[in-house]
Ligand binder design. Structure first.
Ligand code: AQP
Length: 331
């Protein structure tokens, strides 16, 4: 086996308050794999603007995401942390790949359908429609081997693989075909108020999500108010989507298995589960919150970290972009 490090790429949009879904589905796994790999962790601000953003809030959220990346334990010695929009190669490669991806493929993306259910697709931005191509460009630009994401990104990642293979087939071997890294626990955290929809940071009501930066008492209160199912047994079964979700959050937060937790709560009610889960989540997120707030008190330091990361990302991605251009006859 080669001892060469694998390349890892992933990112989060600065499009709201980062949630425990972003933490359990993505960030926690990034931290777990950072030492053995060469990592590029991006703040995907160009993805955020596919839906309307307040420019002032967006600028603040970019720093907030950088602070959270560091506060959860990403170490700049192992990870290049940077802003997508500071590396023009992302948009340039996205255009090249837009000419490789197919309209029909993009039309089948479920996230686009989900995000346009309310407003209708006619008024959605063209950027929201081509978002998965920009995501493919993000990943392929670094020749990433592994992409640690939550389950909701599975379809987009499959499209990135299709685009890479098609490009390689048409123009010659250029891109590494990336593999998803999706863990079982916490891969799809559902809304506290509605366990049939994925927990999302841009969801309107605060009762829907636990934010990574929520105060411990707010977290306990939100868990206490989370929707439950009929009955009283604490089991992860198909007829109990709300309790299954709470057990999944508990398992991913503490590392304990769901059967272990079911045993522990046998004969006890939902109230006990919620109290202990609220405490466990509050305890896990409290040090992250404290550290993130400390980091946010020095915005210049965060900006300089992001500037250094962007420089490294530009250097790492330039040869890949050059190769892709030249293969297409644009050398
Ligand atoms: N509920 C979730 N459970 C597990 N993982 C999740 N992720 C997001 N929500 C959950 C993972 O977090 C990473 C970053 O996601 P993103 O910011 O690129 O966009 P998203 O997947 O659309 O996340 P949100 O929170 O739902 O954002 P908005 O509301 O802005 O669209 C990804 O790895 C994702 O899988």
């Amino acid at each position: 086996m080669s001892d060469q490090k694998q390349r890892v790429f992933s990112g989060i949009q600065p499009s709201g308050n980062l949630t425990i879904g972003n933490y359990l589905g993505a960030l926690k796994n990034w931290v777990a794999v950072q030492q053995e790999n060469e990592n590029f962790f991006c703040i995907v601000d160009l993805h955020a603007i596919t839906v309307p953003q307040d420019p002032k809030v967006l600028a603040e959220k970019i720093r907030e995401v950088a602070a959270i990346y560091l506060a959860v334990g990403l170490d700049p010695r192992h990870c290049t942390i940077f802003r997508q929009s500071a590396v023009p190669g992302h948009t340039e490669l996205a255009w090249l790949l837009n000419c490789v991806a197919r309209f029909g493929e993009l039309s089948r993306m479920t996230q686009f359908k989900d995000k346009t259910v309310r407003g209708g697709s006619d008024s959605a931005s063209a950027g929201l429609f081509t978002y998965p191509v920009l995501m493919a460009a993000d990943i392929l630009l670094y020749n990433a081997d592994l992409v640690p994401v939550g389950d909701d990104q599975r379809q987009h990642l499959e499209l990135s693989r299709t685009i890479a293979r098609r490009f390689n087939h048409t123009y010659g071997e250029t891109f590494v075909v990336p593999k998803p890294m999706i863990l079982s626990a916490g891969a799809r955290v559902m809304g506290l108020d509605d366990p049939t929809v994925k927990m999302s940071k841009s969801a309107g009501s605060p009762g829907h999500y636990i934010a990574i930066l929520d105060e411990p008492d707010v977290i306990r209160k939100k868990v206490r108010r989370a929707k439950t199912d009929s009955g009283s047994e604490v089991t992860a079964t198909a007829d109990k989507p709300a309790i299954t979700n709470l057990l999944d959050i508990y398992s991913a937060t503490t590392g304990r298995t769901i059967p272990e937790l079911e045993d522990e709560y046998e004969g006890r009610g939902y109230g006990d589960l919620k109290r202990d889960l609220g405490d466990a989540v509050a305890e896990a997120l409290a040090p992250i919150r404290t550290r993130a707030l400390e980091l946010l008190s020095d915005p210049a330091e965060l900006d300089s970290l992001l500037a250094a990361g962007s420089e490294k990302a530009r250097e790492a991605s330039a040869p890949v972009l050059r190769d892709a251009r030249s293969r297409m006859g644009l050398g």
